[in-house]
Design a protein around this ligand. Structure first.
Ligand code: URA
Length: 212
């Protein structure tokens, strides 16, 4: 639309997409219709198992968008959780907030509870804590691993978010992840939000993420 000359900023046609504007002050119009500056939206979902993190699924499986309230503005998921992973998933329309969380350097730490098929050996725990190599992912950053109160369950904190990272780390060491649940993203906690439910983030949570 910009290249076709349909977009104006403060009344003047703009033909280069690499043009910064201040959404609070500049008047942007498409085909002479003024755009209203978008409201920022920040949501936390307790994702249940069985939902895919995508807008529409070729296999017609339920998607995380089925759980969002009707009529909300367009939002995108901040990172993704596997279909069988449960827990905290954020949505926003603020790309800078999203980038601060996922970030090229790993963004903010994410913490998961992991249920394993067998006891985790001290040596394997150390391997993950020291930064391990995973086929296809290369060398990973050091992870933090702690016991939970429940036997067979561990809490793992990652400082990066590679594709299926938790499952691939444990698989590489010969374990099967039987349950995976994200409990926090940096200072944002799942807390008592019930499965399938959505809540807006508080302004304190939004500000705590900062800017990339
Ligand atoms: N790591 C995984 O393996 N799966 C997820 O869904 C999230 C992190």
């Amino acid at each position: 639309m910009i290249e076709e000359g349909r977009v104006t900023v403060n009344g003047a046609v703009v033909r280069t997409p690499a043009r910064w504007i201040d959404p609070r002050r500049d008047r942007v119009a498409v085909d002479r219709r003024l755009l209203r500056s978008g409201q920022r939206v920040y949501l936390a979902l307790h994702k249940p198992a069985g939902y895919v993190t995508t807008r529409s699924d070729e296999l017609h499986r339920p998607t995380v968008y089925d759980l969002l309230p009707q009529g909300h503005p367009w939002v995108f998921p901040v990172g993704r959780l596997d279909r069988d992973t449960t827990g905290l998933l954020l949505f926003t329309n603020d790309t800078r907030f999203g980038e601060a969380i996922t970030g090229p350097g790993g963004g903010v730490p994410k913490t998961y509870q992991v249920g394993l098929d067998r006891p985790l050996s001290a040596a394997d725990k150390r391997t993950m804590e020291q930064g391990m190599k995973v086929p296809g992912l290369g060398m990973l950053k050091q992870a933090e691993i702690e016991k939970t109160g429940e036997p067979g369950f561990w809490e793992i904190t990652l400082h990066e978010g590679r594709n299926r990272q938790v499952r691939r780390m444990f698989e590489t060491l010969g374990y099967t992840v039987e349950a995976l649940h994200r409990v926090s993203i940096g200072p944002i906690h799942l807390g008592t939000l019930a499965p399938g439910k959505v809540r807006p983030l508080t302004s304190r949570e939004i500000e705590s993420i900062g800017r990339p």
